[in-house]
Each structure stands twice: as structure tokens, then as C-alpha cells.
Design a protein around this ligand. Structure first.
Ligand SMILES: [Zn+2]
Length: 266
């Protein structure tokens, strides 16, 4: 059974099989997503994605033991702080907050957590935390990316000519249009390009082997104005967003089934 963590009474919680039940913790962010998409883009996705996962998961295992924790609205978004409205935590505070939540869950007997990464900037902290939690409490904190952005069906939603869709681009804008269309101002959309010293052929990239981790001001419009997004959101639609959300949830199902069967050690 998949339920929302906060909906249970303490009596109901005491009856939960903590050994088997996975606590899914969605990690959102409040940060700029360009002139067309809301600050809460990642938070909206963090709130919605567990429901898509629930639907897909219940189709293959109606008894899947999971509790959905409330989405954490704020994350690590320092790379967006030069744009109005972004909120960030400091890495040590964010780590400690998630650590305390996990420790509480461990004290109640839960053995399996899953961090659902709905903002890429939160990933590094979740990875570090996962190892520490396993060391300190013997609990297993799986780390799952929420967007299947290299899935062929997801990639097929990108408009022709939109060659580099990234943060705040067509895919993310489409997802918000599927969830909260009234918050999207598509008429304001402009294309963002990777600039600020990065080049397609250069040795230093945004991430990977040799990198300078990017800041949102490295993403500029054609005329060199920092815009903070990558790609052209103009072709975004709610229908595309629905495909991306559904497909991304479905892509996670094999991982959830393995988590269910993962043998934890005492
Ligand atoms: Zn985002």
C-alpha cells in the first residue's frame, strides 16, 4: 500500500512494517526557471512525481510498501542566487536537515529510504548523506533521479532545432504546464545558451571529468544577457509534460522493485 506519510495517525504508524516499507522523500527547490516558468518548478515536480510513481507502481504491485514523505521545498540552489526569488540552503544546513529527518525515521525502525532528486543541485549532498546514513544507522538511502531526460520518448518531446534543452527549458516548462499551467508565461520565453567561457569543444565543461560547476549566469540569450536557462521553452505544452512525467515515473519502476527486494543487513 502506498500512502502519504503525514496522513497516518501515530497508532497507524506503529502498525507499519518498518523493515519493508520504503520512505520516499522528494527533494525540490525554489529557484529561478527563466522568465516563463515559476520559481516553484522543481517543488511542483517534487510534489507531483510521487503520485505518478504511485500510479505506475500500483499497476505492477498493488501492495508495494511505501510512504510518501512531504516534498522538501527548498534545496541547494546557490547557482541561481543571482536571479530574483531563488532561495537556497547552505550545504551543511541542508545535509543536517536531511540527516535529522533520516535519523528520526531510523529511530522509528525504517530501514529503506529513497531520495527523489527533483533538482540536480541536490544530488551531491544526497549521495554523501546516503553513505553516512548507512554507516551511522545501517539504513539504506537510495538516490533516484526524477527525470528520465535521456529516455527516447522524453527526448522526442523536444522541438526540432532546440538542440540543448537543460534547466528551465522546454522539458521542464512542459512538466509545469501539465501540473500548474496558470503559472507559465510562455509568451515571455527566450532561448538560453551555454556561454560564460564554456564552449562546445572546450576541455572545461559544466560537469563531468574536467569542469567548472556552472552558475545560472553562464546561461545567456543570443545577445549575451544572462537568462539562467538552457534551451528554448517556446514549444512546451501540457501534453508533452504529461508524457515526460509519466515516462519518468515508469523509468523508475525497475529501481523501486529492486529496492523492495533489497536485502538489508542488520
Ligand atoms: Zn528545475
Amino acid at each position: 500500500m502506498i500512502r502519504n506519510y503525514q496522513d497516518l495517525t501515530t497508532k497507524e504508524m506503529s502498525a507499519v512494517d518498518k523493515e519493508r516499507t520504503v520512505v520516499l522523500i522528494p527533494l525540490g527547490a525554489i529557484e529561478q526557471h527563466g522568465p516563463q516558468a515559476p520559481l516553484g518548478t522543481d517543488y511542483m515536480i517534487a510534489c507531483a512525481m510521487p503520485q505518478y510513481i504511485k500510479r505506475e507502481l500500483e499497476a505492477v504491485d498493488p501492495d508495494y510498501p511505501m510512504l510518501i514523505f512531504p516534498a522538501i521545498p527548498v534545496g541547494l540552489s546557490v547557482e541561481h542566487m543571482n536571479f530574483s526569488g531563488t532561495i537556497t540552503m547552505k550545504p551543511d544546513h541542508y545535509y543536517s536537515m536531511l540527516y535529522d529527518i533520516a535519523q528520526s525515521l531510523a529511530e522509528h525502525g525504517f530501514r529503506k529510504l529513497a531520495f527523489l532528486i527533483c533538482h540536480g543541485g541536490n544530488r551531491a549532498c544526497a549521495d554523501i548523506l546516503s553513505r553516512q546514513l548507512r554507516h551511522d544507522f545501517g539504513i539504506y538511502a537510495f538516490v533516484l533521479a526524477s527525470g528520465a531526460f535521456s529516455d527516447p520518448e522524453v527526448l522526442s518531446t523536444i522541438s526540432e532545432g532546440n538542440t540543448w534543452d537543460f534547466h528551465g527549458g522546454e522539458m521542464e516548462t512542459s512538466m509545469v504546464m501539465a501540473l500548474h499551467p496558470e503559472t507559465v508565461k510562455l509568451e515571455e520565453a527566450k532561448t538560453g545558451y551555454k556561454k560564460g567561457g564554456y564552449s562546445q569543444k572546450g576541455a572545461i565543461n559544466f560537469s563531468n571529468a574536467t569542469a567548472l560547476p556552472w552558475m545560472a549566469e553562464d546561461l545567456e540569450t543570443e545577445d549575451g544577457t544572462p537568462i539562467g536557462i538552457g534551451g528554448n521553452p517556446k514549444g512546451a505544452t501540457a501534453e508533452k509534460g504529461e508524457i515526460i512525467l509519466t515516462r519518468s515515473a515508469r523509468a523508475l519502476i525497475p529501481a523501486f522493485l529492486e529496492i523492495r527486494d533489497w536485502k538489508t543487513r542488520k
